[in-house]
Ligand binder design. Structure first.
Ligand code: DLL
Length: 436
């Protein structure tokens, strides 16, 4: 089961042939949005473009970009390309401000979604004999139902437990003999912690693999989860605007996430100049969906930063791979002129024995100067130490953060288990400057 491929035809297709498939599908989607979505027609007309100008994937760069704001401006259904009678599902992702982004699926779209999720789960080594414990939220968030349909498609026994009530989660995981855990990496590490403390031992569980995504996580965090839960931790990536989970997935080799590029064509652009970057360079990931009917989307700017690798993987898949995303062009904080990704702080904390990866960054501004405060949970056994030792630890963290990021930070040590745990996406930053 381990090295299976769900759709050998598309997942191992020679790259030249993939380009032909993509070009054909691109011509089709451009025609569909041009004639069915006034927003796209107007934007293309403004640039003097008609469907006839887009013949192959090489012409993709001529098309205008789409952003989250464009979706909000057309809230709720303005970018849908089929009548509402053809839409059988709606999901929405909460924005940081204002209106949510609404996405709609036709019956065929749900089929495509199940297909790409079947590839994802098969890539993780799951099959029909597995029990998939889905702790991603069910509801408007795409995580729960996305994994659900994929799990059913591969014939696994799906457990739609959704989030919440960790004690019960562990109990059912043990009683049902769950083998695959699907949740955010932060919830996986929370579960690991709950196992360390609770009545259910790791050895009472049959877990062997985790499919984790929906938020950035580092290699260090992967190692930590793999060690504590004794599983293989697989990274899965996606976003509601493109389909939900199922956009890309790691295989057993854990060396980049295979993009389902017969459905979603990736590009990497410079987020400043918006130029397409040469192969292999780091930049912002942009996707065009070429098979979606309900909400086809052209050159969607994800804000996620990564690079692409076009080499065939050891697993045999020819699908282009993206690197693990550890940052977004817009969750990047700029503090006193220095760029900071929360994942940099996480890496520092994971490398120290005395701390846990649970932290909160509080950014504020006093007298026009940015301030950065880092709240860190200390491992239980260290928290009992003398004040002078804790003081030394505080200094040590400050120094490590400073040398890793070039930023001075005020560290506040907090008691174990006092930083709020998340069952969904972790909240790591409070930026009070935005409220000014
Ligand atoms: O998070 C879909 C999803 C559900 C993916 C379950 C994987 C598993 P949104 O809520 O629209 O959709 O958030 C999308 O989350 O642009 C990334 O910034 C981030 N993200 C998703 N997966 C990963 C990942 C779902 N594996 C946004 N690594 C994306 C890093 C991720 N960031």
């Amino acid at each position: 089961m381990t090295n299976s491929i769900w759709n050998r035809h598309f997942e191992t297709m020679p790259r030249e042939q993939m380009k032909v498939v993509q070009s054909e599908r691109l011509r089709d989607v451009v025609e569909r949005v041009y004639y069915n979505v006034p927003y796209y027609r107007e934007k293309m007309q403004q640039q003097g473009l008609g469907p006839e100008h887009i013949q192959s994937v090489d012409d993709l760069k001529l098309l205008p970009f789409t952003t989250k704001n464009d979706l909000r401006d057309n809230y709720p259904f303005g970018l849908f390309a089929v009548p509402m009678s053809e839409i059988i599902r709606l999901h929405a992702s909460s924005g940081t401000t204002g209106k949510p982004t609404v996405v709609g699926y036709s019956r065929r779209d749900i089929g495509v979604w199940s297909e790409v999720m079947a590839r994802t789960l098969t890539g993780a080594g799951a099959g029909k004999n597995d029990f998939i414990h889905i702790s991603y939220g069910y509801g408007l968030f795409t995580g729960g139902l996305g994994l659900h349909y994929g799990g059913e498609k591969i014939g696994a026994s799906v457990i739609p437990i959704s989030g919440g009530n960790t004690k019960r989660q562990l109990q059912l995981m043990r009683d049902f003999g769950s083998t695959v855990l699907a949740c955010t990496p932060s919830y996986a590490s929370y579960l690991a912690e709950a196992i360390e403390e609770g009545d259910i031992n790791r050895d009472d569980l049959k877990l062997r693999v985790g499919v984790f995504g929906a938020e950035p996580w580092t290699e260090n965090m992967r190692r930590e989860i793999e060690k504590k839960l004794k599983i293989k931790a697989i990274d899965i990536y996606g976003l509601s605007e493109i389909i939900g989970p199922g956009v890309s997935f790691e295989c057993q080799h854990q060396c980049g996430l295979h993009i389902n590029e017969d459905h979603f064509i990736p590009e990497i652009i410079d987020p400043e100049t918006l130029e397409v970057l040469p192969e292999g360079e780091l930049g912002e990931l942009v996707f065009s969906t070429v098979t979606k009917e309900g909400l086809p989307i052209i050159r969607y700017r994800t804000r996620d930063l990564t690079r692409l690798n076009f080499e065939t993987c050891a697993c045999g898949r020819t699908l282009v791979r993206m690197n693990k995303c550890t940052g977004r062009s817009d969750d990047m904080l700029i503090i006193r002129g220095v760029n900071l990704f929360p994942s940099q702080i996480e890496s520092v904390l994971l490398e120290m024995d005395e701390t846990t990866p649970h932290y909160l960054l509080v950014v504020d501004r006093h007298n026009n100067l940015d301030t950065l405060e880092l709240h860190v949970e200390v491992e239980d056994r260290f928290y009992q130490d003398k004040i002078s030792e804790l003081q030394a630890l505080r200094m040590k963290i400050q120094n490590h953060v400073e040398s890793a990021t070039g930023l001075s930070v005020t560290v506040k040590l907090v008691e174990p288990k006092t930083i709020e745990r998340s069952e969904g996406k972790a909240k790591r930053v409070i930026d009070k400057r935005k409220l000014l």
